[in-house]
Ligand binder design. Sequence first.
Ligand SMILES: Nc1ncnc2c1ncn2[C@@H]1O[C@H](COP(=O)(O)OP(=O)(O)OP(=O)(O)O)[C@@H](O)[C@H]1O
Ligand SMILES: O=P(O)(O)OC[C@H]1O[C@H](OP(=O)(O)OP(=O)(O)O)[C@H](O)[C@@H]1O
Length: 219
Amino acid sequence: MPKERIKIALTKGRVEQQVIPLLEAAGIDCSLVRNKKRRLIFDSTSQPYEFILAKGPDVTTFLERGAADIGIVGSDILTEHQSTQYELLDLGVGECQFVLASTSDFDPRAPRRKIIGTKYPLITQRYFDQLGQDVEIIKIEGSVELAPLTGLADAIVDITETGTTLRENHLQIYDYLQPVSTRLVVNRLALKQHQQAIYELVDRLAAVVSSPSSKESVK
Ligand SMILES: Nc1ncnc2c1ncn2[C@@H]1O[C@H](COP(=O)(O)OP(=O)(O)OP(=O)(O)O)[C@@H](O)[C@H]1O
Ligand SMILES: O=P(O)(O)OC[C@H]1O[C@H](OP(=O)(O)OP(=O)(O)O)[C@H](O)[C@@H]1O
């Protein structure tokens, strides 16, 4: 019988940096990922896991299409992409908040139709729908803070962790939308096929995440 392999799609960048120490504390060898250079796929014969490194939105695509069994990705991305896969664990890292922010002269109650810049049009639309406000949303790919500073938009919906980016760009928070953190998500079919191996991995990670020192290990 072929050896069981679990394909894990890990969001590269910030999530990868914060999650590798957790995986290692759970006994998973990440030395290949740590020494990755330009490689994107990491398989080793010593353990049943294969790692794929991808951008967050693509992690959800790999999962939805069954090209990965497990995804490790921010809840911001899962919500925005309306992921329907099983979310099994909050890894307690990548914690930040969605906020509405703008320059000090912004009036969130002004009756005119506002223009909002964001990387997250769905989350933004839902927020303003709940408020009963009709807004125009402009999709921006990064450095979202530029939008109100340049006159491209009246305000932004973006994530903030330390608040440094907002502060250094003289922007202020007008509302908090929802918290964000990194989640472990599983493809539904993969969970049926590899139930024991996946739950074993999730249990090991859950023990690490719930230990008081887990936050220290990612600093
Ligand atoms: N400032 C932040 N603090 C904590 N978590 C964050 C922060 N910014 C993003 N995240 C989380 O990390 C995930 C990936 O962010 P990261 O900045 O690595 O990628 P990105 O936004 O696609 O940027 P880039 O295009 O530079 O790779 C986000 O989806 C979110 O869950
Ligand atoms: O509150 P802070 O700790 O300053 O973090 C907030 C910043 O982090 C994210 O940007 P990211 O670093 O992903 O870069 P980007 O602007 O290219 O998306 C987010 O879009 C903010 O710009």
